[in-house]
Design a protein around this ligand. Sequence first.
Ligand code: SPQ
Length: 426
Amino acid sequence: MKIKRVKGFSGEVTVPGDKSISHRSIMLGSLAKGTTEVYGFLQGADCLSSIDCFRKMGVEIENNGSVVTIKGRGLRGLVAPKDTLDVGNSGTTTRLMSGILAAQNFTSKIIGDASIQKRPMKRIMTPLSMMGADIESELGNDCAPLIIKGQALKGINYDSPVASAQVKSAVLFAGLYAEGETSVTEPAVSRNHTELMFEEFGVDIKCEGKTSIVKPSDELFAKKVIVPGDISSAAYFIVAGLITPDSCITIKNVGINPTRDGIIRVCRAMGADIIVEESSNQVGEPTADITVKTSELKGCVIGGDIIPTLIDEIPAIAILACFAAGKTVIKDAQELKVKESNRIDVMVDNLKAMGADIEATEDGMIIRGGKELHGAIIDSKLDHRIAMSFAVAAMNARGETEIVGAECVDISYPKFYQDMNKLIKL
Ligand code: SPQ
């Protein structure tokens, strides 16, 4: 895809449903008693992989494009899949579903695409094995394919070395089936959508500081789920509105859960003109309309406990920093190396190709903003967040930019380019 500089943006956009919440709605809906209806479900490839996997385990799931209806089979009602469970590109499906599969009375095999086969799974294999799980990496490299032989599990108190919602959630899902209580303590609090949805479905769960504690369940109860817009998708419009001259964009109905809202806090610290108007609070998930206007930005330091609250937005924030005066330091973000691509290296290499003053560090990057960007050939590495971030950069760069693998936005935002185009000023 080839992209050129634009004059400005104006108008309103409603971004698709939150990816993390959409995945969890399929998993909890499948394990609940009764019928769960999900509104605002993200129709992206990752979430469709979750649907596909649970269908293979006997769950009847109807998806008409606007409502997803899940006929739950109860906590112990999944059936052995006849085929391998293909998670595609989705780390969330792989890790959360592993926690569920570890406790079933059957053996299953998880496979995925080339990117999934490189993502670290030891981080879930370790705590799940401590609970008694039999989980093996087929190639012995601690990555998928994973073979999981269901076992009786016991509760543990797990001190996680990483702030990762996927690790935490894998253990909490396994904890639903374990004997005794299960807890996970993180170095910094990661997104809490699993905990919030557990509570909605009737699970005995509590959160104390950085620890989440779950008691085993007999039954989960179906619930209507309304998925708010994904702040990770809103991030591209936030950045586009702030860095493009003569722009004003309102993003409607965005989830602003405090474990996900780090980008808003960073924008404010950088001096952005950003207004957040809270609109509603659905199943513990607050939502807001966010309005951004072209702003004079200054660099800042981003690190510590805020990192898990904006981890997926760092590629977009790196673009923002290129348009801010002075230095922006992103640190404590080594987790970026194990996402769909190594997001530190891929951002730094591609931004350098566009003329940015940027360097990679062990745990992040340093950007000296204010240098004009120019067009370049950008390799997205088939990472959706990289493709969308560079689309925004390209619309603010001199000359033409080509994004290789631009179609990978299908993972989390299939209509991204159409929605962006609608806001461009003619
Ligand atoms: O599902 P996947 O591929 O891991 O997706 C990503 C993304 O950018 O969309 C990460 F690459 O989001 C993760 C996120 O980084 C989704 C997620 C979740 O839903 O629990 C949690 C975060 O990962 P982690 O490893 O920090 O728990």
